[in-house]
Design a binder for this molecule. Structure first.
Ligand code: NAD
Ligand code: UDP
Length: 317
């Protein structure tokens, strides 16, 4: 389908800017909405001035329906800081972004007769006791620890989306996104890939938290964006559907691969943050079967364009 009007909340962020680029290229009219808390307008410089693209400043936790076009077909609801240091900086705001922001986005979607895709997260599984994590696993989340503003906020957002569907027939899709990396990440966002690449390029030691034996499964951004669009544009499931790359690696392996590819650097250790999940890997059986989703980019292949992005971003600071 092309020629739809699509709202992307959090459109200036890492995933949002990559998604906007793909949707504009497919022929849609795209409205990106952002409060620039963690995203940068510069991420969208190549789209500025495009006839089918618009960037609006608004906070999703405040009513924003009067700012967006009257006719709306799709809402990708991504607005929320995603990196632990950012979402923990003002945890009350993070919870409000998730709860009030998702409520406002759902109400807008209902009023306009559109369809909303919620960007949920693997964090709804917390520190998982089931491995890899399938969608029917209910998780092991601390309800009041330092990550709760984000984890419980996203769980509340999922509940709201399902309740809007059940009680108000709102058309929704829920994506549970696993760790994603690639061009468009902010160098200072504090996530593992941003930190390690930035540190390696600056000749600083890579900061491994804990002993580095904890695992993550890293998905290249183009693969993830493809999964979001596939989930949005099919009618077989509302979700939740896990989207990510099931190739599981330790944090120490991530550091060592980055050192090899950048060609220089050393390692150092820092304390493991509270409630840092020990293992994380998506079971993507559902995404494969229902969406035909298949992540194609290995970490080795995804790293060079990502490093090139960070080199450019750092040279501009
Ligand atoms: P990001 O921080 O780069 O982007 C988030 C964007 O939302 C930013 O541009 C920020 O300014 C904006 N924003 C935050 N609060 C807002 C508010 N109240 N009103 C309007 N805009 C607001 O993060 P990202 O990696 O692009 O993540 C996008 C979404 O995907 C988030 O909802 C995140 O929870 C989810 N997600 C991402 C990952 C990942 O690995 N990148 C993993 C799981 C889930
Ligand atoms: N991490 C690390 N060094 C860093 C940043 C992160 O060792 O400089 C670890 C972190 O403790 C976690 C993993 O890398 O185990 C992924 O962290 P990130 O903040 O990217 O995302 P999370 O998956 O924890 O939300």
């Amino acid at each position: 389908m092309s020629g739809m009007t699509i709202l992307v909340t959090g459109g200036a962020g890492f995933l949002g800017s990559n998604l906007c680029r793909r949707l504009v290229a497919e022929g849609h009219r795209v409205v990106a909405l952002d409060n620039f808390q963690t995203g940068q307008g510069g991420n969208l410089d190549d789209l500025r001035g495009h006839a089918r693209f618009e960037l609006l400043e608004a906070d999703v936790a405040e009513p924003f329906d009067h700012k967006v076009p009257a006719a709306l077909d799709r809402v990708y609801h991504l607005a929320c800081p995603a990196s632990p240091p950012h979402y923990q900086r003002d945890p009350v705001r993070t919870m409000m972004t998730n709860v009030l922001g998702t409520l406002n986005a759902l109400e807008l979607t209902r009023q306009r007769g559109a369809r909303l895709l919620l960007a949920s997260t693997s964090e709804v599984y917390g520190d998982p006791e089931v491995h890899p994590q399938p969608e029917d696993y209910r998780g092991n989340v601390s309800p009041n620890g330092p990550r709760a503003c984000y984890d419980e906020g996203k769980r509340a957002a999922e509940a709201l989306a399902m309740d809007y569907h059940r009680t108000r027939q709102t058309d929704i899709r829920i994506a549970r996104i696993f760790n994603t990396y690639g061009p468009g990440m902010a160098p200072d966002d504090g996530r593992v890939i941003s930190n390690f690449i930035t540190q390696a390029l600056r000749g600083e030691a890579l900061t491994i938290y804990g002993d580095g034996s904890q695992t993550r499964s890293l998905c290249y951004v183009d693969d993830l964006v493809d999964g979001l669009v596939r989930l949005m544009e099919q009618d077989r499931t509302l979700g939740p559907v896990n989207l990510g790359n099931p190739g599981e690696v330790t944090v120490r392996d991530i550091a060592q691969t980055i050192l090899e590819v950048v060609g220089r650097g050393t390692l150092t250790t820092r304390p493991l943050p509270t409630d840092d999940p020990r293992r994380r890997c998506p079971d993507i059986t559902r995404a494969r079967a229902l969406l035909g989703f298949e992540p194609r980019t290995s970490f080795r292949d995804g790293l060079p364009p990502t490093i090139a992005w960070f080199e450019r971003a750092l040279s501009q600071h």
